[in-house]
Design a protein around this ligand. Structure first.
Ligand code: HEC
Ligand code: HEC
Ligand code: HEC
Ligand code: HEC
Ligand code: HEC
Length: 413
């Protein structure tokens, strides 16, 4: 995928008193506040998995990675030069709110997609999608077209290694190269509307007491895949929305062999189509999550005669299972999940938007005539067993979401 020069944008610095706390917005934008509060954006600086990986790359790069990582996860801290140091010690509460209201609504332009390629102008004016906003006592408003465009999100949702140019996360360019990008169905059209799927109108008012009932108010839940993080932070609505989003993404079609004889192996075709995601499935830093296929074959007595992708008691996915994602290699060619050491893509079997992939599983010959029952599920888990171990979390506590399922029967005569 094309790499823009990640060094081309000069660093911007801003006075630390320039940004307001999200708490100051809630008086008038209470619904939007509640939606944002439970979102991954609000936890971008405190997310334990991020903090752990940050400490790891910071340590191994002797601080060289610090500015890069914090520019998107703690953008206010970065702009105001409070972070690094990466522990965030001594940073003010506003900077700890991560990707917050006042960071996002201070953005005036995105000169460069990726690597925090936004420009901000924090203060009295809040920028947004309305060209006719009522001026409030708290702030002025100004229209910027970029708010309704994918490039706005692309400022952070495209992660390029600043030293070797490797594209670590390419959500924006996956979108741009695909059918949603060419039809300009924006990130906002799926992620800032109620429930999964493309834009559903959400009429209402943008602020308490605002006189104008608008055709559409953009929701700020921004659900993705984050079931565990939302639950852990106590936001059940957000967790449910993440589940629904995952369940809207894929469809499975099974191709089953017909009329097998005993001892003849059966080749099952599992076709998975990315029906609902505007980018690859999965997208983002997939090294930290698991998306895989589980297949269970049972005989007429209900005994399991074959299985694939069934996790062990320690949560591990067996070696020969079908697992989707990107893996990285370091400069020496060894597989790594260290974002700073990653130098090239080792493998990538993800599913492009509105495309399908065909995977195959061979069931060894069944000894007796009869009918066997096949059940296939596409599963998702926010944290890998390795990640859970490092975070001191029991992998059994990480929810597994069933994204899609399909079933069928094979006759052995
Ligand atoms: C005193 C009430 C009040 C407070 C506090 C407040 N706002 Fe607003 N805001 C409004 C009103 C009223 C509107 C106009 C709504 C309309 O025209 O439909 C608005 C509109 C907006 C818009 C839309 C602007 C546009 O042109 O698209 C944004 C963005 C916004 N506010 C952000 C914020 C942020 C960020 C904060 C916290 C730092 C905040 N607001 C605090 C009352 C408030
Ligand atoms: C990740 C960036 C981001 C964050 C965080 C964020 N917003 Fe927004 N907000 C947007 C975008 C983008 C839009 C416009 C969406 C569109 O036009 O499709 C928007 C729209 C709005 C609007 C106009 C309403 C509408 O229907 O478009 C208001 C008001 C607003 N945001 C307030 C807030 C407040 C208050 C917070 C914090 C509680 C917040 N935003 C957090 C990006 C953000
Ligand atoms: C200032 C940088 C920034 C901008 C702008 C931004 N995001 Fe994000 N976004 C992040 C970061 C950082 C995370 C990861 C937070 C975490 O999990 O630690 C994230 C997480 C998300 C997630 C949740 C992923 C999950 O695992 O559930 C979604 C969905 C998302 N963003 C959508 C959007 C959309 C849509 C826009 C544009 C309207 C946008 N973001 C704009 C930085 C940004
Ligand atoms: C057609 C609807 C649609 C569009 C358009 C869309 N998305 Fe998504 N997005 C989804 C669905 C469904 C998922 C859940 C499945 C997955 O992870 O791909 C998702 C997941 C995500 C995630 C979670 C990834 C993770 O690892 O947790 C992020 C981040 C995200 N989208 C950002 C974006 C951004 C940025 C854009 C625009 C460049 C965008 N999306 C466009 C539907 C959409
Ligand atoms: C250009 C913006 C950007 C930069 C720079 C960035 N990230 Fe992120 N990070 C994101 C976004 C957006 C997400 C969520 C979607 C995704 O996976 O792409 C994310 C997700 C993550 C996650 C997964 C969180 C989860 O709960 O699944 C980890 C871990 C992480 N980042 C660590 C890092 C580290 C360590 C660095 C520095 C080497 C870094 N990030 C640099 C934007 C960024």
């Amino acid at each position: 995928m094309a790499t823009e020069n990640p060094e081309s944008l000069p660093r911007q610095t801003v006075d630390s008193s320039a940004f307001s706390s999200a708490g100051q917005c809630q008086y008038c934008h209470i619904e939007i506040y509640q939606q944002w509060q439970g979102s991954a954006h609000a936890r971008s600086f405190i997310n334990p998995l991020y903090r752990q990986q940050l400490a790891r790359v910071s340590n191994e790069s002797q601080g060289a990675a610090d500015e890069f990582c914090v520019s998107c996860h703690a953008p206010i801290g970065w702009l105001t030069e409070q972070i690094p140091p990466i522990d965030g010690e001594g940073t003010d509460a506003v900077a700890q709110q991560g990707v917050s209201c006042d960071l996002c609504h201070a953005i005036t332009e995105v000169p460069q997609v990726g690597n925090a390629g936004f420009r901000v102008s924090p203060g009295k004016v809040k920028y947004g999608p309305f060209d006719d906003a009522l001026q409030s006592a708290m702030h002025e408003s100004e229209y910027k077209r970029i708010y309704s465009q994918a490039e706005y999100c692309g400022a952070c949702h495209e992660i390029i290694h600043p030293e070797n140019g490797l594209v670590l996360s390419s959500t924006y360019s996956e979108w741009k190269a695909g059918p949603y990008g060419s039809r300009r169905i924006q990130c906002q059209d799926c992620h800032m509307t109620p429930g999964p799927g493309v834009e559903k109108p959400n009429p209402g008012v943008a602020a308490t007491g605002a006189p104008k009932v608008r055709d559409h108010i953009s929701t700020h839940y921004m659900p993705g895949t984050n079931v565990f993080g939302s639950k852990q932070a106590g936001f059940e609505d957000h967790a449910a929305l993440a589940e629904e989003t995952l369940q809207s993404a894929a469809v499975i079609f099974l191709g089953l062999p017909d009329g097998l004889t005993p001892y003849q192996p059966a080749r099952v075709n599992i076709r998975i189509r990315n029906d609902g995601a505007g980018h690859y499935l999965p997208t983002g830093l997939s090294v930290f999550n698991d998306m895989w296929v589980e297949m269970v074959v049972t005989d007429e007595q209900g005994s399991v005669v074959f299985q694939s992708g069934v996790t062990g008691s320690d949560g591990t996915i067996p070696e020969d299972s079908i697992v989707f994602g990107t893996t990285f290699a370091d400069a020496a060619g060894n597989e790594t999940d260290n974002l700073w050491e990653a130098a090239r893509v080792l493998s990538d079997n993800r599913i492009p938007p509105q495309k399908y992939v065909d995977e195959f599983i061979e069931i060894p010959g069944l000894s007796r005539p009869g009918t066997v029952d096949i059940k296939v599920r596409l599963l998702y888990r926010n944290i890998t067993p390795q990640g859970a171990k490092e975070l001191g979390i029991d992998i059994a506590d990480i929810p597994v979401t069933e994204m899609a399922s399909a079933g069928g029967k094979i006759q052995v005569r």
